[in-house]
Ligand binder design. Structure first.
Ligand SMILES: N[C@@H](CCC(=O)N[C@@H](CS)C(=O)NCC(=O)O)C(=O)O
Length: 246
């Protein structure tokens, strides 16, 4: 039995981490039995979540986990795609993980209200004397990382404008299709769904979320994917709760 180590439910999402969501949805797409536990990044071979334990072997990084699952179980999450389709799926995934995710991290981690409402609570159980310092340190680490990616060097409106271009690209690629690459899901659907849900969760208010809510096909896609892969989760669809009062 595979054990998936993740962050857990929260922030209006069935799983807080978009990368853990990606792996979990890919496990579900593959029809593999797994159990899920709350993990500590210190226990992960790469210092990040997700990681999995498969028969005593620990594998980290969502992309390498996918590769391991495909190799070990004779799966192809991109079955049905030709070389061009696979290349497009990879390019989409890179845009989401290496660009849009930093724009989203900026909206959640580096906005004072969103940080206080969400990530700050990761440290609620820390001793009172160090709690605030831990919060400040982790926020500073995210700030530095977002700066190193280049995203953090821009003004807030510029960052949102860059995010908007990626959202528009995703919307154009999805079009009227049920899934990103047509009528059946591919591996990148798990990635795109994970991050779009993170952006669209009604738990946080951000200009990025407001922009994302403007793409009806993206919000419908997240609602559909949520119903398909997390049917037991009470997701609040975008239309049900406007980001900002008129
Ligand atoms: N490339 C990694 C990224 C995973 C990642 O960024 N995980 C976050 C949680 S969303 C994490 O563990 N962050 C802690 C850290 O980087 O110290 C993957 O695809 O698995």
């Amino acid at each position: 039995m595979i054990t998936l180590y993740g962050v857990g439910e929260g922030f209006g999402l069935p799983e807080i981490s978009p990368y853990v969501t990606k792996t979990e949805v890919q496990l579900k797409m593959a029809g593999l039995a797994y159990r899920k536990l709350r993990g500590q990044r210190e226990d992960s071979p790469k210092g990040q979540l997700p990681y999995i334990d498969a028969g005593g072997q620990r594998i980290a990084d969502s992309t390498f986990i996918r590769g391991y699952l495909e190799r070990s179980f004779g799966l192809d999450l991109d079955a049905g795609l030709d070389a061009r389709g696979r290349a497009q799926a990879w390019a989409i995934e890179r845009m989401v993980e290496n660009h849009l995710s930093w724009v989203a991290a900026h909206a959640v981690w580096l906005d004072a209200d969103n940080f206080a409402k969400g990530p700050a609570h990761f440290f609620d159980d820390a001793p009172e004397g160090v709690r605030e310092a831990l919060r400040r340190d982790v926020q500073q680490r995210v700030r530095e990382t977002v700066l190193v990616t280049g995203v953090g060097r821009h003004s807030e409106p510029e960052i949102v404008a860059l995010g908007l271009r990626s959202l528009a690209a995703l919307s154009a690629m999805l079009g009227d299709s049920r899934y990103l690459m047509g009528d059946r899901p591919c591996g990148a659907d798990a990635t795109v769904f994970g991050l779009l849900a993170y952006i669209l969760t009604p738990f946080f208010e951000s200009e990025l979320r407001r922009q994302a809510e403007g793409f009806a096909n993206l919000t419908a896609y997240v609602d559909r994917m949520m119903a398909e892969f997390y049917p037991e989760f009470a997701w609040t669809p975008a239309a049900a709760e406007p980001a900002f009062a008129a």
